[in-house]
Design a protein around this ligand. Sequence first.
Ligand code: SF4
Length: 382
Amino acid sequence: MSVQSMTTTKTADVEGTLAQVYALAAAGADIVRCTCNEQEAAEGLADIVPRSPVPIVADIHFHHEMALAALEAGVSGLRLNPGNLRKEAEIKQVASEARDRGVPIRVGVNAGSLHPELYKRYGGATAEALVESARIEIAYLADVGFEDVKISVKASSVPLMIAAYRLASETFDHPLHLGVTEAGPPPAGLIKSSAGIGTLLAEGIGDTIRYSLTADPVEEARAGRQLLEYLGLRERRGLDLIACPSCGRAEIDVIGVAREVQQALETRKLPIQVAVMGCVVNGPGEAREADLGIAAGRHRGHLFIKGKIVRVVPEGEMVDALVFEAERIVAEGVEARLAAAEVGAEQEAEADRKALFEAKGSDANRSGEKVELIRKTVHNRE
Ligand code: SF4
């Protein structure tokens, strides 16, 4: 499963584009696409491709000669838009050239630039119309013996994109590249992309993904990578921060502490799952699967590893203690750090938990009290 992103620089600007390609690769992109819209862009690709840390795909619209030029530049893949590159002979010429060089092609259908005839025939950019557009293009490619195809059927509407990819996965055996096109700026763009791509991935559909955000493309590479990590489709490379939403039991400013922890651990690039929990009454139990966590109680921080309390520190030191322990776990492993647990930490935490429980009872949000009031109010009206 691969993450793709796209540069926003002019491809002719070799140094600027390469700087962005490196930034995207560092943020999690496995493949980077660059536009090849003019001769200068193709010439830029000739310099970019050999110096890139990841495969470069050329994005082609309208001009088949730009595809031929990109192949000359040595790109690892082409993306052709069947909606605006329509002449059969030209498509076949590109496919023949790509076939001889062993370069794959993505048939990149887009609802917004669907072939006008298909738009008319299907009464709009429907899932069937998007898949039919891909089918026609694949047939052209097959005519010249080209099979190394990847398909995308993107739309900016999440339900339409999901329906189109489901149909595409039933129709074709080729790999699918997933994306919600023109998803917009974050957070809406992130939510749309995660909903569309995540739904399909959970169904086992998709081979490469791209978040199309109106933002620094580094954000889309990072988001794509994180989605795959959160779905368990890629090994964790960075921080996975779990934090409780806070409630009436919270003994600290959970939002503020979580932010502090996130900043501290992200800058250290530690591949670890960490929990920040507002109280020691429920925190360690609820986050027992996390590698490491902190729960607050009675002005103290209770540090736990896999749900077991290993140290109790003053509240003011809890973030530093957490960061220290995260570094040790990454260096020495969970078992070694569990073995290094402070004697008596569990008992201290238990005493804090008990004291808090007694002080706040089992209903810290006073829900029971509120339910009683609701019942009285309703009863009095009857
Ligand atoms: Fe957080 Fe404790 Fe409330 Fe759970 S019970 S949400 S851990 S403060």
